[in-house]
Design a protein around this ligand. Structure first.
Ligand SMILES: [Zn+2]
Length: 376
């Protein structure tokens, strides 16, 4: 599988864990994580130096052994170690043992889960790209951050102070109203100042206006929301139509080998071209897939009833289903994320080594074919 993404010999100083996390959080903002999720730093000293980072899908014992043998300072995993609340981490529990092992070895653990799923590029982008899909858009886009346009009318001699105050209070300078103040207005004349601001910052921005001039008149307009480039799943197209059987073989070839292999629902001779994907368990998106125009949906952990219902809606036609192992569907993300992290640290003047784990953490270890083949 993959090996070290970047091995750097350098005299540059090593970044702190906090500096590495700061770069990671630009790639995978914790704010994007779903509210039920548990992302971020699990253990580690933010001031400790980081030279080596091991990336993996799961914080499994084999991954931790690999990290400690390589003297990693940070393990970055997709899945959380402590997904549900715990009251302690004694070594008599599997997860407690991992926490102790990591702390004893001065190795931090950090999780980027649903914030990496929705990121652009994120987990499903990586899955889509190894399958050769192009023209990718989110299958279920996140809404964009709600924004306001705030218009104030300020005496020309205080316009500079007004712009400084609202930007300090969180108004962005995006859009056509960049720090906008129009008219040439001589002293004493009123000028129009427009800024775009996150809705969450509205009260602070208005207070900032009033701190410069308590009498200032202003208007607030809520801007319409639109689709974000971020979101769960991706939909795109193959470079040329193919059959469902050929496509399933392409999936099997592109993903790491697992006990499950690739399960398919649909006519093997059916033509497919438009493909939806979701790394990890994707049955919550089946309704979206049904109305998306996808010919086939690639995901993991599909259960009997949701899969049955979707195929019932489709009759003999699309969308067809391709079910792969959960671990295999998320593994392609690691290489791209490792490259981005290593590249960003190098640009920042603090190069690090980033390694993608070679441990397969798919829990299934063998399979027995039904004697006599499949009953139809
Ligand atoms: Zn997952």
């Amino acid at each position: 599988m993959a090996d070290i993404v970047r091995r750097v010999t350098t005299t540059a100083s090593h970044p702190t864990l906090a500096e590495v996390i700061s770069v990671l959080e630009q790639m995978y903002d914790p704010f994007w994580a779903r509210d039920w999720d548990a992302v971020g730093l699990v253990c580690g000293d933010p001031q400790a130096p980081v030279r080596r980072v091991l990336m993996a899908v799961d914080p499994a014992p084999t991954v931790v052994e690999e990290a400690l043998a390589w003297h990693a300072d940070l393990v970055l995993t997709h899945h959380p170690l402590l997904f549900r609340a715990v009251h302690g981490v004694p070594t008599s529990t599997p997860k407690g043992r991992i926490v102790h092992q990591l702390i004893r070895a001065n190795c931090a653990l950090y999780t980027a889960h649903t914030n990496a799923d929705v990121a652009a590029p994120g987990v499903s982008d990586a899955l889509a790209r190894v399958l050769g899909l192009t023209d990718l858009v989110p299958l279920s886009p996140d809404p964009t951050e709600p924004l306001d346009r705030i218009v104030a009318f300020a005496r020309s001699e205080i316009v500079g102070n007004v712009v400084d105050a609202v930007v300090t209070a969180g108004a962005t300078t995006a859009g056509p109203f960049r720090g906008g103040a129009d008219g040439d207005g001589g002293a004493g004349r009123e000028r129009r100042v427009e800024v775009v601001s996150p809705r969450a910052a509205r009260s602070g921005v208005v207070a900032a206006l009033q701190s410069v001039d308590p009498e200032i008149s202003h208007e607030v307009y809520e801007l319409a929301t639109s689709s974000s480039p971020r979101g769960i799943g991706r939909i795109g197209r193959l470079s040329a139509p193919t059959t469902l059987r050929e496509f399933a073989m392409l999936v099997a070839e592109a993903l790491p080998s697992t006990t499950q292999g690739v399960r398919v629902a649909g006519d093997p001779t059916a033509e497919v071209s438009r493909v939806a994907v979701c790394g990890g368990a994707g049955d919550s998106l089946l309704d979206t897939v049904r109305t998306s125009g996808a010919d086939v949906y690639v995901t993991a952990d599909l259960r009997h009833h949701p899969a049955f219902d979707l195929r019932e809606h489709g009759g003999d036609g699309p969308p067809y289903l391709v079910d792969v192992a959960h671990w295999a569907s998320e593994w392609p993300w690691l290489a791209g994320a490792a490259n981005r992290l290593a590249g960003a640290m190098e640009v920042a003047g603090s190069p690090i080594e980033v390694l993608v784990s070679v441990k397969c953490t798919d829990p299934w270890t063998f399979r027995v074919p039904s004697p006599g083949g499949v009953v139809r």
